[in-house]
Design a binder for this molecule. Structure first.
Ligand SMILES: Nc1nc2c(ncn2[C@@H]2O[C@H](COP(=O)(O)OP(=O)(O)OP(=O)(O)O)[C@@H](O)[C@H]2O)c(=O)[nH]1
Length: 337
């Protein structure tokens, strides 16, 4: 489906480690002049939430989920809340609440994967909502500490469609550059913006369709060439790319094998596939085992047909991915058969 025609309600997930600036970003989004009504879902640990007290939206609806971490115990709650919001949006009754989009702030320790999966996997949610972007706040001052400490911060970087390097007032230009290189190695496709008080033009984070790799690659084709190898982080990105067409059955087999053997370590993957004898682009994206694949528009005459796949994961065996991908490519002598 063409993203412009997509009538579904956009969902933005705001994630990031403890204290990175998530609530500050939320306030910025709620007070900026974009003319949209935002329904906010805030997930906090503990019975009594604090964050909602700190959120400034006047008209906007703030819904708290305090019964646990959004990625573990409250997935059912998330479905229920999203469906209730939907009900109110389309309700003919007096208290209809006609919001334009949802923003979900996860706890600092949440793995955003299950939240994305919920929106992809629950049929009703997938029908009415589309993932707009996962926005990950990184505390520029403490990022190395957070990233070295445990898998959560690394996973949040891996899942990001947009990375905000926040608190840039607290670090030097050299420190920022070094951190950016580290993040770029972990997540090759997310644009990185440097922010102070989580402030930036909202057009960089809302309605960007960032979950759809196609869009991003069209804007910044060189993203795929950024490659660094100088860090020890377990999370990193792999790029599979070739101008020659791939054979459908072979790429299907490759992806089956990939999901059977490597789904757990594959946080995010997105791609456009140039399939032999097919005039339309095949696009796919997924999270762990949850894969969505479809054909979208025809290749344009003025564009290079190209397969481009980005995989972000933990301890990935790049040689295996490259080799299996290479085996899917149709040699020019075969393609006319
Ligand atoms: N110096 C500096 N402080 C900032 C910046 N952005 C946010 N802060 C401060 O950092 C603290 C944490 O910001 P929050 O927005 O509450 O962070 P959070 O990610 O929502 O925090 P948790 O909900 O605890 O995970 C607050 O005191 C903010 O005022 C910034 O760019 N520079």
């Amino acid at each position: 489906m063409n993203e412009i025609d997509d009538p579904r309600i956009p969902v933005t997930i705001v994630t990031g480690f403890l204290g990175a600036g998530k609530t500050t970003l939320l306030n910025h989004l709620l007070t900026s002049d974009h003319g949209q009504k935002i329904a906010v879902i805030v997930n906090e640990f503990g019975e009594i939430g604090i964050d909602h007290e700190l959120i400034v939206g006047a008209d906007d609806e703030i819904i708290e989920m305090n019964n646990g971490c959004i990625c573990c115990t409250v997935r059912g709650d998330l479905v229920r809340i999203a469906l209730q919001l939907l009900d109110r949006k389309f309700s003919m009754k007096g208290q209809a609440y006609n919001f334009d989009r949802i923003v979900i702030e996860t706890t600092g320790l949440a793995d955003p994967g299950p939240v994305i999966q919920t929106f992809l996997a629950e049929e009703l949610l997938a029908q009415f909502f589309k993932m707009d972007a996962v926005v990950t706040l990184v505390d520029a001052c403490h990022a190395h500490l957070h990233l070295n400490q445990g898998p959560e911060a690394q996973a949040q970087v891996a899942f990001a469609d947009i990375l905000l390097l926040n608190k840039s007032d607290l670090v030097t230009v050299e420190e920022r550059t070094a951190l950016e290189a580290r993040l770029r190695h972990m997540n090759v496709s997310a644009p990185i913006y440097h922010t102070c008080q989580s402030t930036l033009d909202v057009r960089y984070v809302l309605d960007v369709n960032a979950f759809d790799l196609n869009h991003k690659l069209e804007i910044r084709p060189n993203l795929l060439h950024a490659h660094h190898h100088h860090h020890e982080d377990h999370v990193h990105s792999i790029i599979l790319q070739d101008e020659r067409p791939v054979q459908l059955q072979k790429i299907n087999r490759f992806m089956d094998e990939w999901l059977v053997n490597h789904a757990e370590d594959t946080y995010r993957y997105k791609g456009i596939i140039h399939v032999d004898q097919v005039d339309r682009r095949v696009v796919f994206q997924g999270v762990h085992m949850m894969l969505g694949i479809n054909t979208d528009r025809n290749w344009r005459d003025d564009e290079q047909r190209l397969t481009r796949i980005v995989i972000i994961g933990k301890n990935l065996d790049e040689a295996w991915f490259q080799q299996r991908f290479a085996e899917c490519i149709v040699e020019s002598t075969e393609s006319t058969l």
